[in-house]
Ligand binder design. Structure first.
Ligand code: PEP
Ligand code: MG
Length: 753
């Protein structure tokens, strides 16, 4: 059964239009369940009714004609209750309604299940049988499973342009993901296709067999030409034996070989990419089983050739820098930092990626470059978006595809306002971050990239509150050497001296992977992460500590920060290693001052060990990003639960407030370096709590500074007291917005919905 289910989902997924998807769905389900009828109804929210969209078994003339309001008829009842309905004798049910157009009276048994996606009822799936019998438990379970699986596919099919809702012919759609870099953009979507993958080609029935065959032969001809060019380029550098391999490739691609077989498969009723994938996979499977090394290696060749042909079959005309639209929103399965380089900077207005997280390399770069970015848009139907007009909202993690003129105009206005605001705030950037009653709130900056150590920043901040050392590690192809690290760290320390620079030891794991040190775990955020990794690899940590210490010679503005601390033993071991690194360097004749050492407070358990921590370290730095995810058990990078992830959750605010007062009692300076510190309203709350410094990404500085300069310290304390009394995140956010409005600071917050 699982196999049937997978196959149906795959086919529906691969369909090119909503009609095709629905037709596949009813045909396959009817066959799998051996019923007389299978129909699908979709919910039309505007008319508040369910419309028959496809059927096999009822009269096809009824499609699009029969509709029933929620709560009327059996289908309407299923839609309203959002529960399955399984009847042996449907016509005797009080809700039964007769539609002459369908010829329905002939069917006795009825099984209807709702199609629900993320709490929203999208439609109803129905099977019917002439004979009076009750569908058994297994059949009911099958249809429920089918509907749950199809819900995701349908939701996005309906949300995209080519696949439209019953009354939504203009194809508007909204997708949500994880906001990774703030800002908004209006532009044209350009899809960067992932490398061709023979395993993810869906089965599709071709509409025009001859056209598919022509497409195939063109693709093969292109690959043959590419191989010819590659062989000519290499002929002087490779052996005759290797040159012969290129001839073998040409033969494999010859009409008598692969081409002919794929053509035959197309004629049997498979589209060109599917036919190619079938044939290549069959050959590869066969060759891999053969007991002959030479032939087994040929399996890899065939797979590679297959991928190349597939790439040509899938490609639209490749882009060059001049052919990118003026306002490009780049969109891809997994955008890499390198893919940013493909679009000229002045044309790149936004980034969207199906995979990737807010701490990925591409997100860090995007924030540094000020490009609005949304990642983790897991359900985007990439192939159908190329060339579509879109609005990207990097504040809220949303993408509107083919927006209507009104929404586009609304966003154009917001973008113009943001631009004007940045220009106004820029004038204030060199003023102190001081409240109206003279309280000075030190603002610091989070860095990681070399470009972020810009001279203009130094006069505007009180130092670097978080230098994420994993960023330069991510840019490398191996662990950077002690010398390389010393140079990097020296640059940072020098750029900001005499201001303090808080350097965090390598914080990898979770979602931050190094390409040369992959960590593959079922539960990476609860796994080998941060200090846990570096204490297990003292050789890596020692090199880093030595490099930091060496880099600080004569500057003495280094502070060392330990990430992901969850136990006192970790602190003790790390402190011993810091002492050892220092001793070694002093023995080597390097003159060193002991740096301040602090821990990140981001694992909730540390909140209960503050006394023991305070006895060991010089400062606390609160990672509100991780503290939020661990306190609330909400993955900070999972778009499905993105609406639950908010550092303004009352529990998080309560924990932060407790931490601030405990730190005061313990006389340990505490600052915040998570995203909450860069949110103007969040910054005011943290100030009210009594944190001693706020560290944020450079683009957030101007808004936070502007907010601080327009309130008094007493205001922030009142705001905090009021906020801490509220029971929900929504109430907190609404209250913050209201107060910010009263203080004429609403313009500093991201635009409201
Ligand atoms: C945090 O967790 O809040 C933090 C600043 O660290 P990172 O975002 O790098 O995990
Ligand atoms: Mg963290």
């Amino acid at each position: 059964m699982l196999d049937v289910l997978r196959r149906i989902i795959q086919e529906v997924n691969g369909a090119r239009s909503l009609e095709a998807a629905l037709a596949t769905m009813v045909r396959r389900i009817r066959k799998a369940m051996r019923t007389d009828v299978c129909s699908v109804y979709l919910f039309d929210a505007e008319r508040d009714c369910l419309v028959l969209m496809d059927t096999l078994g009822l009269r096809t003339q009824a499609v699009g004609q029969v509709s029933m309001p929620l709560g009327e008829g059996l289908v309407g009842l299923v839609g309203q209750r959002e529960e399955p309905l399984n009847l042996e004798d449907a016509p005797s049910h009080p809700y039964f309604r007769y539609f002459a157009e369908t010829g329905e009276e002939r069917f006795s048994s009825f099984l209807g299940v709702p199609i629900i996606h993320q709490r929203r009822m999208l439609g109803v799936l129905v099977v019917q049988q002439q004979a009076m019998r009750r569908f058994d438990e297994g059949e009911e379970a099958f249809l429920i499973t089918m509907a749950a699986q199809l819900a995701g596919v349908l939701a996005h099919a309906m949300a995209t342009g080519t696949l439209t809702r019953p009354t939504q012919a203009d194809g508007q759609a909204m997708f949500s993901g994880v906001a990774a870099s703030p800002g908004m953009a209006v532009g044209e979507l350009v899809v960067l296709m992932p490398p061709a993958d023979l395993n993810s080609v869906p089965d599709l029935i071709p509409t025009d067999i001859e056209a598919e065959i022509t497409r195939l032969h063109e693709a093969i001809a292109n690959v043959r030409q590419e191989i010819g060019v590659a062989a000519a380029r290499l002929v002087k550098r490779i052996s005759a034996q290797e040159v012969a391999l290129f001839d073998a490739y040409q033969q494999m691609l010859g009409d008598a070989a692969l081409g002919q077989e794929v053509e035959k498969r197309i004629r049997e009723g498979q589209w060109a990419p599917g036919a190619l994938a079938d044939v290549v996979k069959r050959h590869v499977q066969y060759l891999e089983r053969v007991d002959d090394n030479y032939l087994r290696e040929r399996a890899a060749d065939i797979r590679d050739l297959g991928r190349r042909v597939l790439a040509h079959l899938q490609e639209d005309s490749p882009r060059t820098p001049d052919t990118f639209p003026e306002q490009t929103i780049l969109i891809g399965d997994e955008l890499s930092a390198a893919s940013l380089g493909e679009v000229p900077r002045d044309k790149l207005v936004g980034l969207v990626s199906i995979r990737g997280s807010s701490t990925s390399h591409v997100a860090i770069l995007a924030r540094a470059m000020g490009i609005p970015t949304v990642l983790g848009m897991v359900d985007l139907p990439l192939p159908r978006l190329n060339g579509a007009r879109a609005i990207l909202d990097g504040h809220r993690g949303r993408l509107f595809v083919r927006p209507d003129a009104e929404r586009e105009h609304h966003y154009e206005t917001l973008i113009a306002e943001e631009k004007a605001l940045s220009e106004v705030l820029e004038h204030e950037q060199d003023r102190p971050s001081e409240t109206s009653d003279g309280y000075y709130m030190p603002l610091m900056v989070n860095t990681g990239l070399a470009v972020e150590a810009v001279a203009s920043l130094k006069s505007r901040v009180s130092g670097v509150g978080l230098y994420r050392t994993e960023v330069p590690f991510m840019m490398n192809e191996r662990f950077p050497s002690e010398q390389e690290q010393t140079r990097l760290y020296r640059d940072q320390l020098e750029s900001f001296a005499p201001l303090p620079v808080v350097m965090r030891t390598l914080d990898i794991g979770g979602d931050k992977d190094l390409p040369y040190f992959p960590i593959d775990e079922a539960n990476p955020f609860l796994g080998w992460r941060g200090i846990r990794v570096t204490l297990d690899h003292p050789e890596v940590l020692m090199v880093q500590l030595r490099a930091m210490l060496r880099a600080s010679v004569g500057l003495d503005n280094l502070c060392i920060l330990l990430p992901m601390i969850s136990s006192i033993e970790e602190v003790d071991t790390a402190l011993k290693l810091i002492d050892r690194a220092q001793r070694e360097l002093i023995e080597e004749g390097v003159k060193l001052a002991r740096p301040q050492v602090g821990v990140m407070i981001e694992v909730p358990g540390t909140l209960y060990q503050l006394d023991a921590l305070a006895a060991r370290v010089d400062f606390f730095s609160v990672g509100s990003n991780d503290l939020t995810q661990y306190l609330l058990a909400v993955d900070r990078n999972n778009p499905r639960v993105a609406s639950l992830y908010d550092a303004c959750h009352p529990a998080v605010l309560g924990a932060l407030s407790h931490l601030a007062s405990e730190s005061r009692r313990l006389q340990v300076p505490a600052s915040v370096c998570g995203e909450l510190a860069g949110d103007p309203a969040g910054a005011l709350l943290l100030m009210g709590m009594g944190f001693e410094a706020l560290s944020m990404n450079a683009p957030s500085l101007s808004r936070v500074r502007a907010a601080i300069r327009r309130v008094s310290l007493a205001d922030t304390r009142t705001l905090l007291d009021e906020t801490l009394a509220l029971p929900t995140t929504a109430a907190v956010r609404a209250h913050l917005r209201q107060r910010m409005g009263e203080w004429k600071l609403a313009h500093l917050l991201p635009p409201d919905d």
